[in-house]
Design a binder for this molecule. Structure first.
Ligand code: ZN
Length: 72
């Protein structure tokens, strides 16, 4: 029996809005998950914080598939 290695999804999720929230706290830009508020990255540079928010995904709301679990 074979099973698909990659679950196919209808269309590619490409939201216009960035998948993170950006806040300026005490002069430091903090990129966090807009849903649960999990911090994705922070920097004194707004662009750097945005890049951190774009590169990282919330491990709680959007778990990555980098580490396969339970696959023997
Ligand atoms: Zn989240």
């Amino acid at each position: 029996m074979q099973h698909r290695s990659y679950p196919t999804r209808p269309g590619t999720p490409a939201p216009a809005v960035p998948p993170f929230a950006l806040h300026l706290l005490h002069g430091v830009w903090v990129a966090s998950c807009p849903d649960c508020g999990h911090e994705l990255g922070r920097s004194r540079d707004q662009e750097a914080a945005e890049r951190a928010g774009e590169r990282r995904r919330c491990p709680i709301c959007q778990p990555t598939h980098q580490h396969a679990q339970g696959v023997a």
